[in-house]
Design a protein around this ligand. Structure first.
Ligand SMILES: Cc1cc2nc3c(=O)[nH]c(=O)nc-3n(C[C@H](O)[C@H](O)[C@H](O)COP(=O)(O)OP(=O)(O)OC[C@H]3O[C@@H](n4cnc5c(N)ncnc54)[C@H](O)[C@@H]3O)c2cc1C
Length: 363
């Protein structure tokens, strides 16, 4: 494509204090832009457009002059209150599946935040997110996006910081075996070399649950993952200007979110296992037609790149979360990290940063 793209669109809420702290530490806060929580939606099937404007807080959204979602009444939004107290085993669908705003609010929110079908997604995790964001007010649900890309905001400055502090990074060096003696890690075998580990050393392992399970010998950890599919369309600058909103949610379509970048459009489809085997050309045509219908113009793209992240996150159901909670097959001198270890939060950048922070605090 001749442009730098992220694998996907990582949206971060301003409530994410560990993310903010991390950016301060690595000196990248200035590379972030804040977007007001004013979500523009397009219902592809019914050709309807509306604004979900939380920029003045949810109370003003509900009781102010703003327009509600088409064909809904104030009463339909009381489903928001249902998440104050939820059972730890309930799914999002069990709580709000019959709500009139399920298709237009709860489903896109759950897919966007948890990459899990609402019929599977843990209501408890979504409730934790709502308590930290929408329920707290506008200040906590602003959206952070990188001015350029996540490589410039997170990866590059973090690598500089690690090296500055004497750390070394060995890319493409898979951990193949963990030798454990008397419940202590004794040796780590990578593809290229081995590391002897003493009992008083600490090994922090931050890899996905199925990979860890293989290394520790068949643990009861989540095995189901969900794909996030992204289609990146490079388009002319004059066409970028046609998209007046930085982020648009799509309903009743393949496209779920359109992120308007400086030089391309980036389309996100979460919970996309059903599209893993779909013909790529067909997918591109169908998604591009959805974009054209939204913009009401027959614009053309210059180039397209499709990225299927098949193990984007594990399926965040209460069953899987219980497996993570109960997991205790960890050697004495090992600490685990990674987004999935923070089971009270969705698998996000915030959760992965928090997991690293918690791991360091343990040792
Ligand atoms: C397309 C997409 C969109 C997303 N959107 C958002 C979003 O909008 N907002 C948000 O906050 N989050 C989002 N996320 C989730 C977020 O990116 C993750 O939560 C975060 O990156 C997880 O970081 P991590 O370090 O815990 O795990 P990972 O990034 O999965 O890192 C694990 C690392 O372990 C390595 N590894 C695995 N096995 C081994 C082994 N045996 N030896 C050595 N290394 C190994 C892997 O190569 C990988 O580099 C999205 C993710 C994807 C894929």
């Amino acid at each position: 494509m001749n442009i730098e793209i992220d694998n996907g669109n990582h949206l971060v809420f301003s409530a994410n204090k560990n993310f903010k702290e991390f950016c301060e530490i690595i000196g990248s806060s200035k590379t972030i832009k804040e977007i007001s929580p004013n979500f523009f939606f397009f219902d592809f099937e019914n050709n309807l457009k509306w604004n979900l404007d939380l920029s003045s807080g949810y109370k003003k959204f509900l009781f102010g002059k703003n327009k509600l979602i088409p064909n809904t009444k104030l009463l339909d939004y009381f489903s928001l209150l249902k998440f104050f107290f939820v059972n730890k085993n309930s799914s999002v669908f069990e709580i709000v599946g019959n709500s009139k705003i399920f298709k237009t609010f709860w489903e896109p929110l759950t897919l966007g935040v948890m990459n899990t079908d609402p019929k599977m997604a843990s209501a408890k995790v979504l409730s934790n997110v709502l308590k930290e964001t929408i329920y707290k007010g506008e200040k906590f649900c602003r959206i952070f996006q990188p001015k350029k890309n996540w490589n410039e905001t997170l990866i590059k400055p973090a690598i500089v910081q690690i090296k500055k502090n004497g750390g070394r990074i060995n890319f493409s060096n898979l951990l193949k075996k963990i030798d454990i003696v008397d419940n202590y890690v004794n040796e780590l075998s990578f593809i290229n070399h081995k590391i002897k580990v003493n009992k008083n050393d600490t090994v922090i392992v931050a890899i996905p649950p199925t990979n860890l399970s293989k290394l520790l010998g068949n643990c009861s950890l989540p095995k189901q993952y969900n794909t996030i599919l992204n289609l990146h369309f490079k388009i002319k600058h004059k066409d970028i200007k046609l998209f007046r909103k930085p982020i648009v949610g799509f309903i009743n379509s393949i496209t779920q979110w359109v992120f308007v970048k400086n030089n391309h459009l980036s389309i996100t489809v979460s919970n996309a296992n059903n599209l893993n085997n779909t013909n790529t050309e067909e997918l591109i045509v169908n998604v591009w037609n959805e974009i054209r219908k939204y913009i009401k113009k027959k614009i053309i793209y210059e180039n397209v790149q499709i990225v299927r992240e098949k193990k984007a996150t594990y399926v965040q159901s209460s069953n899987n979360i219980n497996l993570v909670k109960k997991f205790n097959k960890i050697p004495e001198n090992m600490v685990i990290a990674g987004d999935w270890t923070q089971y009270n939060l969705p698998c996000t950048i915030e959760a992965s940063i928090l997991s690293g922070k918690n791991a360091i605090e343990t040792i």
